[in-house]
Design a protein around this ligand. Structure first.
Ligand SMILES: C[S@@+](CC[C@H](N)C(=O)[O-])C[C@H]1O[C@@H](n2cnc3c(N)ncnc32)[C@H](O)[C@@H]1O
Length: 206
């Protein structure tokens, strides 16, 4: 499946229109630390992070046009200067357009859980995806993760222990996570309304 539609906005660029390396200078014309949110959906967390950390830049990577249209509406209203989204496939963009050791932090809030056993190999935060994030992180850079799927959370905990370059800094229930990176997301609010209790992990590159 490809990325068929093009969504026009100063805050969004399609992966097929961009063949450069992603840097703060090229996107924002400054040298603030670059953070990437994987699958920001409609962008609630991205907009909150941009607002909360004016000293950092935030780039989202999202494939779903419906979500991007909603993000565009909110971003053009809020007019932050430190947020941007690529309409792309995460894996393709990270591999081709992000330099190793260049990202301050990754944010991965509520990645697709692929609950059926036969689909679990499609989960992004398995060995391959986590190793890719590790490669792109700066030394001491972090991955902030939230999920409502306990099974996925437990799987990630196990994988981190197997990866030599990553260290588990903290984990637990989202309600007890004291961090300025703990901003609400659309899915999180939906899960709370359903009575679910999401979990978080903070992982650091050694
Ligand atoms: C469960 S939603 C969570 C959205 C948002 N983080 C939130 O918490 O509200 C997962 C998001 O990841 C995006 N996504 C999943 N796989 C992707 C991929 N390979 N490339 C780009 N985006 C992807 C989906 O389109 C979706 O918007």
């Amino acid at each position: 499946m490809g990325l068929k539609s093009y969504i026009s906005s100063p805050y969004i660029k399609h992966q097929y229109e961009w063949d450069e390396i992603i840097t703060s200078y090229r996107i924002f014309e400054n040298d603030k630390p670059l953070n990437i949110e994987i699958g920001p959906g409609k962008g609630k967390s991205l907009l909150n992070l941009g607002d909360r950390f004016p000293e950092k830049n935030f780039v989202g990577m999202e494939k779903t046009p419906r979500c991007l249209k909603e993000f565009r509406r909110k971003a053009e209203k809020k007019r932050l200067s430190n947020i941007f989204v690529f309409h792309c496939f995460i894996e393709k963009m990270l591999e081709a357009n992000v330099t190793d050791n260049s990202i301050e932090n990754f944010i991965v809030f509520f990645p697709d859980p692929w609950p059926k056993k036969k689909h679990r190999k499609r989960r992004f935060l398995r060995k391959k995806g986590l190793s890719l994030l590790e490669t792109k992180l700066k030394k001491n850079g972090k991955i902030f993760i939230k999920t409502d799927f306990m099974d996925y959370w437990v799987e990630i905990l196990g994988t981190i222990r197997e990866l030599r370059g990553l260290f588990l800094e903290s984990f637990g229930k989202v309600k007890s996570w004291q961090s300025p990176f703990n901003v609400p997301t659309n899915y999180e609010q939906k899960y709370y309304r359903m009575g679910k209790e999401p979990f978080y992990l903070v992982v650091q590159k050694i």
